[in-house]
Design a protein around this ligand. Sequence first.
Ligand SMILES: Nc1ncnc2c1ncn2[C@@H]1O[C@H](COP(=O)(O)OP(=O)(O)OP(=O)(O)O)[C@@H](O)[C@H]1O
Ligand SMILES: [Mg+2]
Length: 210
Amino acid sequence: MLICEDIYKSFGGIELLRGIGFEVKEKDFVAIVGPSGSGKTTLLMILVGLIKPDKGKVYFMEKEITSMKESDIESIRRKYIGVVFQEPNLFSYMTAKENVECCANLTNAFNKGEVEKIFSDLDIEEIKNRKVKHLSGGEKQRVSLARALSKKPKLLIADEPTANLDYENTKRMLNLLLKLRDDYNIALVVATHDSVVVEKANKVVEIRRG
Ligand SMILES: Nc1ncnc2c1ncn2[C@@H]1O[C@H](COP(=O)(O)OP(=O)(O)OP(=O)(O)O)[C@@H](O)[C@H]1O
Ligand SMILES: [Mg+2]
């Protein structure tokens, strides 16, 4: 589904990614690990076409996205890829539910009942009518995941989705991700420091620093 080939990326003369290559197949759960500042977020942004690598190629569903124009990449992203950013970028003056609903109006999206189920599985049912600006970091992260999932993506890219969660909620989120992967064939690529998450991955990509 996704292939990344020999990716290189530097910022200001500092080489972060040196020849990263891996493949994500249907139902894969890939963990991206590495110390803080090693380039995990940068790699994820390259995978979804938001940053261009200096060298190397990314293919998604057999199409090379690294050479596509921005509008084409965007339409692929919108249809097939759910992204959970490290800093949840929700609309703070809208409620949690409105944030999810405004992104779930695509043809392949989950229906309302299924979205409600995601809310309850992530234990955010009680907060769904509250404005995002009043939510905690961990609550926002879970709303952000619910939003990314609501369009029933083929691929979910999540940048440290459990960073603000306690152990119980980490396990809950993880179980939901694994269930969605099994039920809907969603492939998962997750940057994480969390050993509970890494343990469940079937592929681990390690980024070394220096
Ligand atoms: N647009 C940019 N311009 C210059 N430097 C950048 C840019 N984006 C990232 N960097 C630098 O690249 C390095 C890697 O950043 P990145 O966010 O990919 O790391 P990370 O592995 O996700 O770290 P963390 O675990 O803390 O989230 C950092 O030193 C960061 O300052
Ligand atoms: Mg990061």
